[in-house]
Design a protein around this ligand. Structure first.
Ligand SMILES: [Fe+2]
Ligand SMILES: [Fe+2]
Length: 192
């Protein structure tokens, strides 16, 4: 899956490129939170073997991303600042609902898919337009990973629900909310 493009992609790119070191710091925290989110699924759903297996691999891959982004940050004179949170991801997490445990799990997986899909869009823009060739290469590689992760989360949600049409309808509703968050939220020198 891909996130929809927004009317503000060009404006976001200009803000994001205004401070490459600050952007790397935010990006490192995003990769750390992606790994923590994967571990969170293992903690919450230990008996779901397919999810635990997928999330164990994902947590390792995201920590690999973290280490690489952190190294790029340090090489450019930066230091990882405290994590000041991610209002976008928090707002999305707040949409996880549903009456049954399965419904809530499906929502959490779909929210994971949407964050990965938006990360893909933004990293792909950086991979195309960043003036630093080393970073351009990294953003391009990571964009491909995040697109694959988005597809993984959707596949897991369909497996849990066993009802593709219902999952796709829920994904559509959550995607509309995600789109509004991006269109209406503040423009920050940050991935989201
Ligand atoms: Fe990542
Ligand atoms: Fe990811």
């Amino acid at each position: 899956m891909r996130a929809r493009k927004t009317t503000r992609d060009a404006a976001w790119l200009a803000v994001a490129l205004s401070d490459p070191v600050a952007l790397l710091a935010d990006h490192a925290h995003c990769e750390k939170k992606a790994a923590a989110n994967a571990i969170g699924f293992i903690a919450r759903y230990p008996e779901r073997t397919a999810i635990v297996t997928a999330m164990a691999a994902l947590a390792q891959e995201e920590m690999g991303h973290f280490a690489e982004v952190h190294a790029m940050l340090v090489a450019r004179g930066g230091v990882l600042p405290p994590d000041d949170g991610d209002a976008y991801a928090k707002a999305l997490a707040g949409r996880a609902g549903g009456l049954s445990q399965d419904d809530r799990l499906v929502d959490r997986l779909l929210i994971g898919a949407l964050i990965e899909a938006r990360s893909f869009e933004r990293l792909a823009l950086l991979g195309e337009h960043h003036p630093d060739p080393e970073l351009r290469d990294m953003y391009q590689r990571f964009a491909r990973s995040e697109a694959r992760h988005a597809a993984l989360f959707v596949a897991l949600a369909r497996e849990v629900a066993g009802d593709r049409e219902r999952v796709d309808a829920r994904l559509e509703a959550l995607a509309e909310y995600e789109q509004r968050l991006v269109e209406d939220g503040p423009l920050r020198c940050a991935i989201h």
